[in-house]
Each structure stands twice: as C-alpha cells, then as structure tokens.
Design a protein around this ligand. Structure first.
Ligand code: XIL
Length: 332
C-alpha cells in the first residue's frame, strides 16, 4: 500500500505535465526567434553599432532576434574608406555583440554601387577596378572568415523597370557583366563556409527585374559559379505586397538556392500593416528553402523609413499589431 501510493504520487506530476502540454502540441512561442526556430527559420534584424549603448534597444534585440545584419558597418565606405586602409571598429562591434548572444551574422554587403567611396567610383580602368574589388572582398570577407552565416556578396545590381538590364554601376561599366561572378568567386575563396547570396529590392514578386535576377542565378548554377542564396529585401508598404511573392520565392528555390527575406519593412500602421506582414511571413513559411527572415531595424524610431513606421516595435519598444501578427503566423 505504502509502495503503490508512492508510485501514484510519483506519477502525478508527470500526468500534470502531460495535461499542461497537450499531446503533440508545443507551447506557443513568445518571441520571434523562438517562433521562427520552431519552424526551422532564423529571425534577424538590421543592427546599428551606434545603438548598442541603448539598453532598451539591446534588450529587445537580444530577446527577439537570433540573426544580426550590420545596417551600415560592413559597407565599402565603412570598411575601406581609403584605398587599402581597412577599418572594422563598428563592424566588429556588431559582430561581437551578435556572436556573444549566439546570433548568426549576415554580412552586408561586399559590392554595391551605393555607400561606395569616391576613390572607387573614380577608377577608370576595368582591370584595376577588378583587382580593387577582389582585394576588398578578400580583406573584408577574410577578416570575418568562419563567422558569417550569409554574405550579401553583390547588392542591387539590376535596373528597375521593365528592361531586365544590369544597373549601370561603375562595376558594370568598367568591368562588364563578369563582375558579379568574379565577386562570388572571390567571396568563396575568402570565406568558404559562408553562404553566398545575391540581394536586391523590387524583386519580391515576379516582374522583369526579378526575372533578370532569376536568369542570372540559373546561369550561375548551370556554370558552377558559387551562389547559395538569393535575398529579397522586401521594402514594402501595405498596398505593395506582391500577390505572387510565394510563387516568386518558390521559382528561385527550385533553382537550388535558399531564399531569404533580408530587409523587411512595411510602411503603414495598425491592422493593414499587420496583415501585410502576415502575408510576407506566410509566403516565406510556405517555401521550405525560405529559411531566414530579417527586418530592417529593431524600432520605428531608428528606421531608415522612420516617418512610415515600418517595423515591428514602435519608438518606445512596444510590440505593434504587426509584431503580434508575425508571431502568430510563426506559431500557426
Ligand atoms: C540603408 C540604411 O538603413 C541607412 O541607414 C543608410 O543611410 C542607407 O542604407 N537597401 C540596402 C540597405 O541594401 O543597405 C539600405 O540600408 C536600404 C536599402
């Protein structure tokens, strides 16, 4: 009798635990990173080194996100402001913070026409610019070798509109079409463990620009140019979420690359903003190779589009309806 009572008492807490956690269901996640992890995804934010001294910023970042993209700190003007002089103070700040928190780091970005120092734009010779580009990639990607989950190797290389043409950047003009694949090859050599991505905007739905990127990726895969992923920036507003975003992500995934939402922000507020966010997150979750989602900032107050309040936390770090909507899609 004493013995069997002991067995019963020992079993009660186990039964109670089973009742609290319904069979087969896990408790709903209460943070973005937990919700994303349960779906096999990472959920990141763009991080600004100069905000890491603000405790509410850091608390929110550390609680909600498990990937960090330096918002400006790895761009060419930050890392090689003068030819051959590399500066990594702010990039290191973001990387060290992220790694200390166990966050993955998305490197952003090695080759871009914007935030490019004048000394690069002024190079007139293609062969000289190609060696300068390779040297930049070798130094920056080499410094963080083994520490970067994904590199946005080339950013925004295609023109807007219906032409499907390459953007007429200094790299395109001087080096020609080959500069993009040369950048990917240099990045692979510099950091063989990083997944290498092409990243662009206005490519979230199917259109002439995204089709031009698609054709490039297909060609790269066919010829063995090292590319692992495509980033879709997704700078959107409530009315501009493409209805075919899932189909577009899927067609890229079918080429054998991962697809990432890399700079998500959606101008708007309230329910319409919440619904727009839900549509993007649902589209990603419906594509198995869509395994990383990054919002372009932590709080509306520091957003590059602050007047459009495009993020998940308001200026006081309160969760917005858009936050609850994203979390509930991740939990669904
Ligand atoms: C933006 C930053 O958020 C701003 O702080 C900076 O002044 C300009 O660049 N596409 C990109 C990002 O790939 O690097 C840009 O970030 C936003 C558009």
């Amino acid at each position: 009798m004493r013995k069997s009572l002991g067995v019963v008492l020992a079993v009660v807490p186990v039964l109670a635990a089973l009742v609290v956690t319904a069979p087969g269901a896990s408790a709903a996640a209460t943070t973005l990173k937990a919700g994303a992890s349960a779906k096999g995804r990472v959920f990141g934010a763009a991080v600004a080194a100069n905000r890491l001294g603000e405790s509410a910023y850091v608390t929110t970042l550390n609680r909600e996100f498990n990937q960090a993209t330096p918002e400006n700190e790895m761009k060419w003007d930050a890392t090689e402001p003068n030819r051959g002089q590399f500066t990594y103070g702010n990039a290191d700040r973001v990387v060290n913070h992220a790694r200390g928190q166990g966050m993955a780091v998305r490197g952003h970005t090695l080759v871009w026409h914007s935030q490019l120092p004048g000394w690069v734009s002024n190079i007139g010779s293609g062969s000289e610019l190609l060696s300068v580009m390779r040297n930049h990639i070798s130094n920056v990607a080499g410094r963080y070798r083994g520490q970067i989950a994904y590199w946005d190797v080339v950013n925004e290389a295609f023109a807007d509109g219906t032409s499907g043409a390459r953007r007429s950047t200094v790299f395109q003009q001087r080096i020609g079409n080959g500069y993009i694949e040369e950048a990917f090859r240099a990045a692979r050599t510099a950091d063989p463990s990083a997944k290498l991505c092409y990243n662009d905007y206005n490519t979230d739905g199917q259109n002439a620009k995204s089709t031009a990127v698609y054709n490039m990726v297909r060609d790269f895969k066919a010829r063995g140019v090292p590319i692992d992923c495509v980033g879709f920036q997704a700078h959107l507003s409530t009315g501009s979420v493409p209805g075919d975003i899932q189909a577009n992500l899927q067609r890229f995934a079918n080429l054998g690359v991962d697809v990432h939402i890399t700079e998500l922000d959606i101008g708007g507020s309230g329910t319409s903003q919440a619904d727009a966010y839900a549509r993007v997150i649902r589209a990603c979750l419906a594509v198995s190779r869509c395994n990383a989602i990054t919002v372009w900032g932590v709080t509306d107050k520091y957003s590059w589009r602050a007047s459009q309040t495009p993020l998940l936390f308001d200026g006081n770090y309160n969760k917005k309806p858009a936050y609850n909507s994203v979390l509930s899609v991740l939990n669904s």
